[in-house]
Ligand binder design. Structure first.
Ligand SMILES: Cc1cc2nc3c(=O)[nH]c(=O)nc-3n(C[C@H](O)[C@H](O)[C@H](O)COP(=O)(O)O)c2cc1C
Length: 189
């Protein structure tokens, strides 16, 4: 019997720094995904600031790569820090590029999960809420629940960025199962 193709998930962290907790969170999520899904991360470092003049001359390579990666994925998962009660500019900027013509607009109808982590005492709720609004505006299909809003996360990871906190791993495992079910609802093949 032919095995079903695994669901392809694209992960994006809203942080460029090497030691990003949000990227580490996505890596940990990749480790607890059900067998029928696999996660690939896309780095935003090369995506330039949105400029309509640049766009009119032709999309930059990094933007084409971003749009292609989103287009080819069955679903996405975005882990965001919170900057000044909002979404980091690098993340908003990338979604703005991905939302633009030409068709096919890769975010349209794309199932997306949101999560977030901060080493501070907040919990990224404001950033996640803004991110959800932006994604809705692009036509993406945001998973409504469960939420993962992690506070004071530094002790949850070891020096190599590996998640070592078992309750957080258990939470991520539940989230991963829900994300898999959500994305599978939209998969056509
Ligand atoms: C401009 C700026 C604003 C920030 N504002 C907040 C904030 O409002 N709430 C918060 O919890 N952390 C805030 N932080 C701290 C981030 O949570 C911290 O840099 C975090 O490590 C970023 O996520 P990362 O580990 O994935 O890079 C801010 C950081 C920067 C650079």
């Amino acid at each position: 019997m032919e095995m079903a193709q695994p669901l392809r998930l694209l992960g994006i962290a809203g942080s460029l720094r090497r030691g990003s907790h949000n990227r580490a969170l996505l890596a940990a999520l990749g480790d607890v995904l059900p067998d029928g899904a696999r996660l690939t991360l896309f780095e935003l470092a090369e995506v330039p600031l949105y400029d309509a003049d640049v766009e009119a001359r032709g999309l930059p390579k990094s933007v084409i790569a971003l749009r292609q990666a989103i287009g080819e994925a069955d679903g996405m998962v975005i882990a965001t820090p919170e900057y000044n009660a909002g979404v980091p500019g690098v993340l908003k900027n990338a979604l703005d590029w991905a939302s633009r013509p030409p068709s096919p607009r890769p975010l349209l109808g794309k199932p997306v999960g949101i999560l977030g982590a901060t080493p501070g005492k907040g919990n990224t709720a404001a950033a996640q809420s803004q991110l959800r609004e932006t994604l809705v505006a692009t036509g993406a299909a945001c998973m409504p629940a469960p939420t993962v809003r992690l506070s004071q996360v530094a002790p949850l990871f070891d020096a190599a960025g590996t998640l070592t906190d078992e309750p957080t791993r258990a939470l991520l495992t539940q989230y991963a199962a829900a994300l898999h079910r959500w994305v599978a609802r939209f998969a056509t093949s």
